[in-house]
Design a protein around this ligand. Structure first.
Ligand SMILES: Nc1ncnc2c1ncn2[C@@H]1O[C@H](COP(=O)(O)OP(=O)(O)O)[C@@H](O)[C@H]1O
Ligand SMILES: [Mg+2]
Length: 274
């Protein structure tokens, strides 16, 4: 950044959560632009066919991915396999076909723990915090794989979510829905992930809190952490998405930029309420 008084960085409110060598803080908000990683997306679950245990296939040749500097959003009806797709990418089910690649490396056969060590952060749809522990203890638990001093990261999480600092000594179970989701996201950030996966981060919160959470998620993305997220609030999520996936019955039904999907008459009619 130039020292020129005419080029100060007044508008730059980015909080560097992690990854100072990441994509930086210049990604324009709501840009719709993508920057494909050389050699493919940063994280991709490609042509995934998978199910639970010995049960039927839930995912059928399904592909979801996120590029560097991007927010990618997965939408679709209840039971479409959105959460299953996220779990498959995180290594929680056996893949019957397909691959998961992180930064070009095939990680299909790694355990979820090994994927965290490789830089994946995941906030599952349910049971994503320890309700009987304090906010601070939840964040400490998030840092479980770290052997270094993580106090700076905790300070960054508190900068991103100031209410958590205020309530750091309170049991997480006593917090509101939106605040609990902040704990869950904060907990995932404690590992300094290179990519963050969020399954319905705004589930059950009011529209105002949803907007607030989306703003924080955009802020995280702008610090250089690509975000792959599932959302029920399809229209609002596609508005902030660089790329969107509509899943139906475990298959890719529509894929495009957020803008393209919002403009697609079929997508609008079937998934966005007209
Ligand atoms: N743990 C599980 N064991 C067996 N089947 C499951 C499990 N979780 C989800 N399913 C089934 O997988 C399908 C997709 O579910 P899910 O991925 O949760 O959908 P979505 O997140 O899109 O609402 C559903 O038919 C659901 O019943
Ligand atoms: Mg789900």
């Amino acid at each position: 950044m130039s020292k020129s008084p005419y080029q100060d960085d007044r508008g730059n409110k980015d909080v560097t959560i992690t990854n100072p060598k990441g994509m930086g803080s210049v990604m324009p908000k709501h840009s719709g632009e993508t920057r494909p990683a050389p050699g493919g997306p940063f994280l991709i679950g490609e042509n995934m066919t998978a199910g639970y245990g010995n049960g039927p296939d839930i995912l059928h040749d399904c592909t979801i991915a996120v590029d560097r500097g991007e927010i990618a959003v997965i939408v679709g009806p209840n039971g479409a396999g959105k959460s299953t797709g996220m779990k498959a990418v995180f290594g929680m089910l056996d893949m019957r076909q397909g691959h998961v690649r992180l930064d070009g490396e095939d990680i299909t056969n790694l355990s979820p723990q090994a994927r965290v060590a490789k830089g994946m952060g995941f906030v599952p749809q349910t049971s994503n915090i320890f309700t009987s522990m304090t906010v601070e203890e939840n964040l400490e638990m998030g840092a479980f794989i770290r052997t270094d001093d993580f106090s700076d990261t905790m300070a960054q999480v508190f900068d991103l979510f100031p209410i958590l600092k205020e309530k750091r000594a309170q049991a997480a179970g006593e917090l509101s829905g939106g605040q609990r989701q902040q704990v869950a996201v904060g907990r995932a950030l404690m590992t300094q992930p290179k990519v963050l996966m969020l399954d319905e981060p705004t589930a059950g919160v009011s529209p105002i809190v949803m907007d607030e959470l989306f703003d924080r998620i955009i802020e995280v993305a702008r610090t250089g952490i690509p975000i792959l997220m599932v959302e029920q609030n399809a229209r609002q999520a596609l508005e902030i998405a660089d790329k969107g996936y509509v899943l139906v019955q475990g298959r890719n039904a529509y894929t495009g930029t957020g803008r393209e999907l919002l403009a697609d008459p079929e997508v609008r009619k079937s998934f966005l309420g007209g």
